[in-house]
Design a protein around this ligand. Structure first.
Ligand SMILES: CC(C)(COP(=O)(O)OP(=O)(O)OC[C@H]1O[C@@H](n2cnc3c(N)ncnc32)[C@H](O)[C@@H]1OP(=O)(O)O)[C@@H](O)C(=O)NCCC(=O)NCCS
Length: 317
């Protein structure tokens, strides 16, 4: 069935909307992407009240896709969902274009995640969107590593004089500054936040447990003998059976000295000691240093997800 166009999602019956948003959450959780517990209700309420911006494709009684737009910190973030079917690629492409049209003029870029489609169809959406040069795609991989007492992560080896503490003991200002600086020039630059303030909010939320319970034992920070922060890693609980490495960052001036590897090993040993049988993380395909590090300590890819990115050309649309 062809989509009948794209309409505001607040016109959907609440049950249908709840089902769609619930499916999005379920699919994200199944591939290890964590959302706060109240996300479904809050999203449905916001859309119903006209606060959240969302569209659906297909018919009111049988919607075939949903797109949600958030603007935070001067950046657009979207999520696209389509139900499998003959028209799913065109429905998702249509929804993606719609989100870009609804973006406030001062917002220059939009990153959209997606659920619902198999990888070949996700690729087909990317190909259909790339006809418009403002669209690019970013491939992200989910990686996992089993944590067992028989094959534990090796003992971390720190540069001489390193003091190891936990992230919670480091002033937020120092964490934010390092995190913001180290992602400059990497493929993940601005993927999660557009400014140091946005970055700070994300780190605060991580420590507050919004993306899974924050775990001190799996969140090491390293300082040099002068007290300068060299790097840190944040480990949280994804589920009772899985810990997640939410972030790992090394000061650009101290990269390639084994600090990233030591932080990651410490984080993994913490997760193992707490009883999690596996560790999980997400990494962008083009982030070669991070992927090489993860493979070195035993992570292997399980699934992938596509981010559709749209960047406004100078001077308008
Ligand atoms: C990824 C990152 C944490 C690595 O930290 P690091 O301290 O430089 O890494 P290490 O010196 O411990 O390197 C350990 C291993 O990682 C891999 N690695 C690290 N940097 C690499 C690079 N630039 N190119 C290729 N491999 C690299 C290597 O396998 C290396 O082992 P080797 O030295 O025996 O070759 C660091 O580059 C960083 O902070 N990047 C920006 C933030 C980021 O992308 N975080 C990951 C988000 S998913």
């Amino acid at each position: 069935m062809m989509p009948t166009g794209v309409l505001p999602a607040r016109e959907l019956p609440r049950d249908e909307l709840w089902n769609l948003v619930g499916t999005v959450r379920h699919e994200l959780a199944a591939r290890g992407e964590i959302l706060p517990a109240a996300w479904v209700d809050e999203t449905v309420d916001a859309i119903g009240q006209g606060v959240g911006t969302a569209w659906f494709a297909g018919e009111r009684s049988r919607p075939s896709g949903l797109a949600i737009l958030w603007v935070r910190d001067g950046r657009g973030y979207g999520h696209l969902h389509a139900t499998q079917g003959a028209a799913s690629v065109s429905a998702m492409s249509e929804l993606a274009r719609r989100l870009t049209q609804e973006l406030p003029p001062e917002v220059a870029r939009l990153d959209m995640g997606s659920t619902g489609l198999a990888q070949p169809d996700e690729r087909a959406v990317g190909e259909s969107l790339r006809g418009d040069l403002r669209f690019t795609t970013l491939l992200r991989h989910s990686m996992v590593r089993a944590l067992t007492a028989e094959a534990p992560p090796s003992e971390p080896r720190w540069p001489d004089g390193t003091e190891v503490t936990t992230v919670r003991r480091v002033p937020m200002e120092q964490l934010t500054t390092l995190d913001w600086r180290t992602y400059r020039g990497t493929p993940d630059e601005t993927l999660l936040s557009a400014s140091p303030e946005g970055n700070r909010e994300l780190l605060e939320n991580a420590l507050a447990g919004l993306f899974g319970r924050y775990l001190d034992e799996a969140s090491p920070a390293a300082r040099d003998p002068d007290g300068r922060l060299l790097g840190f890693a944040i480990g949280c609980e994804e589920s009772l059976r899985s810990g997640v490495v939410l972030d790992i960052a090394v000061d650009p001036e101290f990269k390639r000295r084994g600090i990233g590897e030591a932080l990651l090993l410490r984080c993994l040993r913490g997760l193992l000691a707490l009883g999690y049988p596996r560790a999980h993380l997400w990494v962008t395909h083009g982030n070669r240093p991070a992927r090489a590090l993860y493979e070195k300590v035993g992570f292997a890819e399980d699934t992938s997800a596509t981010i559709y990115r749209w960047v406004r050309t100078p001077g308008g649309q």
